[in-house]
Design a protein around this ligand. Structure first.
Ligand code: ATP
Ligand code: MG
Ligand code: MG
Ligand code: MG
Length: 570
């Protein structure tokens, strides 16, 4: 590519609304241009990177045996009504009408359509297992689209869906996807961690997120440095409990959400995950005395710790304080189904081994059937917790036999694998005939990767004061040739052209900057754009048969004989 024939347009300043570095740098580098909240054009530079990410994902999906197809962006509402998500999905689902007033959705994900395909295409156990995927535009009407491509409304996702005859085979499909994800994120050159996760609106049981580690990440991850254990702390849907001295249920509700009908609100929070087993609930205050904040930590699962949730109260109501161990025992201990015991960990108290449904009963004093969807997003409107506060609590006091020594990091969710079982196949009646000729529901899994989000995540992890430092695998160009005085020097022109031709023949993605710009301007532009390797060619070096090789991650350039340049680059 010749720079004069490409479209480059870098900016000195980032827009004021760009809060995080990837948004700032992608805008300044001319990679994205905004049209509305969360809706962007991928400019030519960004599209090159997007395609490279897509190709790596595609290669690894194909290698893992998944089959590519392309499902529609606009999907009929009927399928979403069949699955129940026409109602459940909430405001994130963009609903549209055609000229005949028929309802459609712009797809946020494709479980419904792919299950529709499966029920029509798959009849026999002989056709299984099968895994269909596509790389397609998604639309989610995010409440707060922000951070550029990190949380767009329109974005690009790879989503795959596996169909199996039984749970063991479905687990094998899940594991194959998990392994493919490890390969994908390794090839992309990202530092990441796979963590146990909640299943959100998709539902189901087993689930892992792939998180790119970055301080600006929206997710909090807890992990045990001594073991494989890692989990997402889900902030959004955490229920909140408070035990207070002799507090009647009414008072508890009042404290947890002042002025609101607590029963319904807590129930909405718990509804998300009523079936989960909670290993422990921890009540704790922040270390700041009288700060009036409360954390709830739930640890669930079959191993030591499986999932951790943290919720936060806006403030302690006047007259309330942290409950003591005895008070918690006294309050909850007499309740039927209470599994106790309470273990103190510093300022923290722990309720062991209970289900979320039990907990809901404790708080609401009602049967699960009575819980109503309150339509209140309590949790979501609260400020984010201070990581330092969490760290004090979670990492503190390793001497106890509480949740264990956990460390906290921030992460960006770039991939997610779910085990769905028959959640969709039951609803949409997608069955196959087993070896005995009996119909059985297909066992499903679904697997997403945020292709466009990966670009932003990579920048969060790889940048410096000058700009982006692309990992080679996803750089828009691998090499840029910067000739000095191209239009004045025959020698420079010849050498630049020769290097350019040879690199291209070798399959290297190279751009020759043949524009007539000052060296300083040219260098800082390419540093901002983040091309990993730069070759500078000037008359002065050429006299000695030397050009300059500069990696975006080295502090200084190196003088290299022209003849050696190619071997150095390869
Ligand atoms: P988040 O928790 O960030 O809202 P999610 O859990 O809703 O993401 P999934 O349904 O798991 O997302 O979708 C699969 C992948 O799609 C995510 O892991 C993420 O990388 C990507 N993704 C989801 N929402 C967005 C978005 N608004 N913009 C860009 N990428 C997204
Ligand atoms: Mg989401
Ligand atoms: Mg998520
Ligand atoms: Mg997810």
């Amino acid at each position: 590519m010749l720079a004069s024939k490409f479209h480059l347009n870098t900016l000195k300043e980032a827009p004021a609304e760009a809060e995080i570095i990837s948004h700032q740098l992608m805008t300044r580098a001319g990679m994205i241009r905004k049209h509305a909240g969360g809706i962007y054009t991928y400019m030519p530079l960004a599209l090159k990177t997007l395609r490279k990410v897509e190709n790596i994902v595609r290669e690894e999906m194909n290698r893992a045996g998944a089959i590519e197809l392309l499902m529609p962006v606009v999907q009929p509402a009927e399928l979403w009504m069949e699955s129940g998500r026409w109602v459940q999905y909430g405001a994130e689902l963009l609903r549209i009408k055609d000229r005949h007033q028929r309802d459609f959705v712009l797809q946020p994900t494709s479980e419904e359509v792919v299950t529709d395909i499966a029920r029509n295409e798959i009849h026999s156990w002989r056709q299984l297992p099968v895994n269909f995927y596509h790389i397609q535009t998604k639309f989610r009407d995010e409440r707060r689209p922000r951070f550029g491509l990190m949380r767009g409304r329109e974005f690009t996702m790879k989503d795959a869906y596996s169909f199996d005859r039984d749970e063991a085979s479905a687990q094998a499909s899940y594991d194959a996807m998990y392994d493919a994800y490890v390969k994908i994120f390794s090839r992309l050159g990202l530092t990441f961690r796979a963590v146990a996760a909640d299943t959100g609106s998709i539902g189901g049981d087993r689930s892992h997120e792939f998180q790119v580690i970055a301080d600006t990440g929206e997710d909090l991850i807890v992990y045990n440095p001594d073991s494989q254990y890692a989990a997402n702390i889900e902030l959004a849907d955490a229920p909140c409990l408070l035990a207070s001295r002799a507090a009647p249920t009414e008072a508890l509700r009042e404290v947890a959400t002042p002025g609101a009908s607590k029963c319904e609100i807590v129930a909405e929070q718990l509804n998300v995950s009523l079936e989960k087993t909670v290993k422990a609930v921890v009540f704790m205050t922040t270390p700041k005395e009288g700060a009036g904040q409360l954390w709830l930590l739930m640890v669930r699962g079959d191993h030591e710790v499986n999932e951790v949730k943290i919720g936060k109260l806006p403030a302690f109501k006047e007259g309330y304080r942290m409950a003591t161990e005895e008070e918690i025992m006294e309050y909850f201990g007499s309740k039927p189904g209470f599994l106790g015991p309470v273990k103190p960990i510093g300022q923290v108290h722990l309720l062991a081994d209970r289900t979320v449904a039990n907990m809901a009963d404790f708080i609401c004093g009602a049967n699960r059937e009575d819980y109503h969807y309150a339509g209140v997003n309590w949790g979501r409107d609260l400020p984010e917790p201070e990581v330092a506060d969490l760290r004090n609590v979670v990492e503190g006091d390793p001497a106890t036999d509480g949740p264990g020594r956990l460390a906290i990091q921030r992460g960006i969710e770039v991939g997610h694998v779910f085990f769905l079982g028959d959640k969709y196949s039951e609803k949409l009646k997608a069955t196959f005939l087993n070896e005995q000729g009996k119909p059985e529901p297909l066992q499903m899994g679904c697997y997403g990767i945020g292709i466009s989000r990966i670009m932003a995540a990579a920048i969060e992890q790889n940048h410096d004061a000058k700009g982006i430092i692309w990992p080679l695998a996803m750089a828009p160009f691998e090499v840029v040739i910067c000739p000095i005085g191209l239009h004045k020097s025959e020698a420079v022109q010849q050498q630049a052209q020769q290097l350019y031709d040879t690199l291209r023949q070798d399959g290297i993605d190279v751009i020759l900057d043949d524009r007539d710009v000052r060296p300083g301007v040219m260098f800082s532009e390419w540093e901002l754009i983040g091309v990993p390797i730069r070759i500078t060619i000037g008359d002065r070096g050429l006299k000695d048969g030397i050009v300059e090789l500069q990696s975006r991650s080295w502090p200084e350039g190196q003088k290299v004989p022209v003849a050696e340049m190619l071997t150095r680059i390869k």
